[in-house]
Design a protein. Structure first.
Length: 373
């Protein structure tokens, strides 16, 4: 039980489904292990409530299947787990989407999806700002695999450093892979290829790569330890496995914002509902140990992204404002009964207000691990 600040709103429909008269009526401190933003902001849930139909059970996400039809993940493909859902640490999660169904041919549901606001964030990543902990260990003739490469900005950057080596980027989204190939072509990068692949069943022989790299991947997997074992399998003996993931609970910002606090809580609840771990950064070293790496070879660390300049605030706040209402995160928040359009728009407005604050500051803590296979 944790004490959290909540804003309570009333939302009165004023004609169309997109017109709301929202008035703050109270601010209270409430002790609760979880919350539903439709309640917090007074918005309405879409599941027939108030329409004469049966009320939806808000304790469980809607549906039983991951919503990969909305947005396939940028970092993984079909599950290799069995009929029962598993949590991020491998425990069964019977209430998570997909529980009780055969998921061996389905995709896990990437929380962010591939909305332009998400890809805008991915395209800003480089080897310098996303893989600095790995760079000192690279030699020009190494072979490298990037698991969950997304639009390929980091992957291409790494390939341009491995001038005598070769790089393979894998992802589950064919559209994103096409974007990555286009980027490589535009850069004239010849020592790189991109393939569709499953993070749990990489299509490579044992001992294939000097380096296996995964950036912001494990937080979106229901079984990160299994994926790490697979990375270890395809890495050469003595080669590197390098992983980096954000830690949402460790994110911090100024000025204080009730909306950003609610956003962070909602993000945790949505990802947990789908069996993923948003605070992956702090768990990386533990997961790597569980995957069978020699503890003596594990080098844990951390680094931060900081958004504090006017341009950075506009970019970061703007893309999260869009994600709150337009991305797969919004879809999952609504499908799991944790928020509605009214509440999500309030969170988006909170992001816009934070971005406009002249003293705005936001830091993302990323956990990092470099281990020998």
């Amino acid at each position: 039980m944790c004490s959290v600040a909540r804003r309570t709103y009333s939302a009165a429909m004023t004609g169309s489904a997109n017109e709301h008269d929202i008035a703050r009526i109270d601010t209270a401190r409430t002790d609760a292990p979880s919350h539903k933003l439709g309640d917090t902001f007074g918005g309405r849930f879409p599941a027939n409530e108030g329409s004469g139909g049966p009320a939806r059970d808000r304790t469980k996400p809607a549906g039983t299947d991951p919503i990969d039809a909305v947005d396939a993940p940028s970092s993984l493909s079909s599950l290799t787990r069995g009929a029962s859902g598993t949590g991020a640490a491998g425990q069964e999660s019977p209430d998570s989407p997909g529980a009780g169904t055969d998921l061996t041919k389905e995709s896990e549901s990437y929380t962010h999806g591939h909305h332009e606001s998400v890809l805008r964030s991915h395209r800003r990543r480089t080897a310098a700002n996303s893989a600095a902990f790995l760079l000192p260990h690279l030699l020009s003739d190494m072979t490298l695999l990037d698991v969950g490469c997304g639009p390929g900005t980091v992957t291409v950057d790494l390939a341009e450093r491995l001038t005598q080596g070769s790089v393979v980027g894998v992802d589950a989204s064919d559209d994103v892979l096409e974007s990555a190939r286009g980027l490589a072509d535009a850069h004239g990068t010849k020592n790189i290829t991109f393939e569709h692949a499953n993070a749990y069943e990489l299509p490579f022989e044992d001992d294939s790569f000097d380096v296996v790299f995964a950036h912001q991947l494990l937080q979106h997997l229901s079984d990160p330890v299994a994926a790490l074992r697979e990375m270890k399998r395809v890495a050469k003996p003595g080669g590197f496995v390098a992983v980096r993931d954000a830690d949402y609970e460790a994110m911090t910002w100024y000025p204080e914002s009730a909306e950003l606090t609610e956003w962070n809580m909602l993000y945790h609840e949505v990802t947990h509902a789908y069996g993923f771990e948003p605070d992956a950064g702090r768990r990386l070293a533990s997961w790597v140990r569980d995957a069978g790496f020699d503890p003596a070879t594990i080098e844990p660390g951390a680094s931060v992204w900081c958004y504090a300049t006017p341009d950075d605030r506009t970019w970061w706040g703007g893309l999260w404002a869009e994600r709150c209402t337009e991305s797969n995160f919004a879809v999952q928040a609504k499908d799991s009964g944790l928020a509605d359009d009214v509440a999500l728009e309030q969170l988006a407005q909170g992001w816009r207000e934070w971005a406009a604050a002249p003293d705005g500051w936001f830091a993302v803590l990323n956990g990092e691990v470099l281990a020998r296979a």
